[in-house]
Design a protein around this ligand. Structure first.
Ligand code: ADP
Ligand code: MG
Length: 336
C-alpha cells in the first residue's frame, strides 16, 4: 500500500501541491482527476521519485520511500507522450526494463510475450514501432511499463492523445486488465468520464489540493461543493430556501431528501426530471438533442433559469413546447 502524507511542492511563489495526502491500497485502481494545472503530474512525479517534495512523506507498506531512488521504488510509469524508442522493435521496447534489471534472454522473451498478450498485441514482437497506429503504440508503452511487474503502475493522461473511439475502447480494456491481473494503479486524468469508467476510487484535485475523494458513485451522488459539481458537468446549480424537506426557488417548489434547512445552493442532477402532468415546475423547451438512449433538453423555467435534463420517456416534448416537470428528491444535492 502506498501512503502519501502532506506532500507539498512549491515552484517559486506557485504552490503546485498543497499538503496532499492519499493512499493506494493493493490491487486498487485510484484515479487522480483534476483540470489542467491542478498538480496531477507533479503529484505523480513526487510519488515516482522524479521530484523531491518540499515537505511531506511517502511510504510503501509502512516503509519510508523518501530516500529510495526512483528506479528502486518498483513503480511502472507511462506518460502521454509514450516516449518509445522509435528505431527499435516492439520487443526491443518492451524488454527495455527487463534488460536493465539483468534478466536472462530466454526469460525476457517469455515475459515480453506475456505482456504483449495482456495488452492485445500478441505476435507483435518484431514489428517496428514507427509503423504502428497511435493506439498500438500506446499499448506497447503500457506493455513496457508492465513488463518488470511493478508493484504499482502510474499512468499520466495515457490515452489523451487518442481519438474518442479509441480512447473509450482502451479505457474499458485498461480497467479489465488492471482488475484481472490485480495491478495496483494510480491513473491521472483530466477527463471525468475516463476516471469514472476506470477507477475504484477517485481523488479530485483543485489548485494543488484534494477537493474530494470517494468511489465514483459517492462522488457522483454527492459532490462536496459547487466547484466539484461544475467540474463533474452538473450545470443545474441554483439558490433555494429549504423548509421541512421542501426547496423554494425562483422558479417553483419541489421536495428534497435529507435534513437540510435554510438557504443553500442546490444541484439538480440532469437525470432527476420527469415530464409529468402533476409536476410543480413549469418551463419552455429551448433546445432538444438526441443522445442515443435519451434526449437532452434545456428548459427555461424562469428569467435566466435554464435547466438541463435528460429525458428518456416518450413522447419527448418539442422545442417551444411548455412542459410541467417533477423532480426526484433523490436527484437533488444540497451543497454547503
Ligand atoms: P497538471 O498535471 O494537473 O496539469 P502540473 O502538476 O503539471 O498540473 O502543474 C501544477 C502547477 O505547477 C501548474 O501551475 C504548473 O504551471 C506548475 N508547474 C509544474 N511544473 C513546474 C515547473 N517545473 N516549474 C514551474 N512551475 C511548474
Ligand atoms: Mg499533467
Amino acid at each position: 500500500m502506498l501512503e502519501a502524507t502532506n506532500l507539498t511542492v512549491r515552484f517559486g511563489e506557485k504552490i503546485a501541491l498543497d499538503a496532499v495526502s492519499l493512499t493506494v491500497t493493493d490491487g486498487e485502481v485510484l484515479a487522480v482527476l483534476g483540470p489542467s494545472g491542478s498538480g496531477k503530474t507533479t503529484l505523480l512525479r513526487v510519488i515516482a521519485g522524479l521530484q523531491a517534495p518540499g515537505s511531506g512523506s511517502l511510504s510503501w507498506d509502512g516503509q519510508p520511500l523518501d530516500q529510495v531512488a526512483a528506479h528502486e521504488r518498483g513503480f511502472g510509469l507511462m506518460f502521454q507522450d509514450y516516449a518509445l524508442f522509435p528505431h527499435r522493435t516492439v520487443a526491443g521496447n518492451v524488454a527495455f526494463g527487463l534488460r536493465m534489471a539483468g534478466m536472462a534472454g530466454d526469460r525476457i522473451e517469455e515475459r515480453v510475450a506475456v505482456v504483449l498478450d495482456w495488452v492485445g498485441l500478441p505476435g507483435y514482437q518484431d514489428r517496428s514501432v514507427g509503423n504502428l497506429s497511435g493506439g498500438e503504440q500506446q499499448r506497447v508503452a503500457l506493455a513496457r511499463a508492465l513488463a518488470p511487474a511493478p508493484r504499482m503502475l502510474m499512468l499520466d493522461e495515457p490515452v489523451g492523445s487518442l481519438d474518442r473511439g479509441m480512447r473509450e475502447r482502451l479505457v474499458g480494456e485498461l480497467r479489465q486488465l488492471f482488475v484481472e491481473h490485480g495491478i495496483t494503479t494510480l491513473y491521472v486524468t483530466h477527463d471525468q468520464e475516463e476516471a469514472f469508467g476506470l477507477a475504484d476510487r477517485i481523488v479530485i484535485m483543485k489548485d494543488g489540493s484534494v477537493a474530494q475523494e470517494g468511489t465514483p458513485e459517492q462522488v457522483w451522488r454527492q459532490p462536496v461543493g459547487e466547484w466539484v459539481a461544475r467540474f463533474l458537468g452538473f450545470d443545474n446549480i441554483i439558490d433555494a430556501t429549504i423548509t421541512e424537506g421542501v426547496a423554494q426557488t425562483s422558479f417553483g417548489r419541489f421536495g428534497i431528501a435529507g435534513p437540510a434547512s435554510g438557504s443553500h445552493r442546490l444541484v439538480i442532477r440532469p437525470d432527476g426530471f420527469t415530464v409529468a402532468a402533476g409536476g410543480t415546475i413549469q418551463g419552455t423547451v429551448v433546445t432538444r438533442s438526441f443522445r442515443g438512449g435519451h434526449y437532452q433538453l434545456a428548459v427555461e423555467a424562469g428569467p435566466g433559469v435554464l435547466l438541463e435534463m435528460e429525458i428518456d420517456e416518450h413522447p419527448v416534448p418539442a422545442v417551444g413546447e411548455v412542459v410541467t416537470l417533477s423532480i426526484d428528491p433523490e436527484a437533488v444535492v444540497v451543497l454547503d
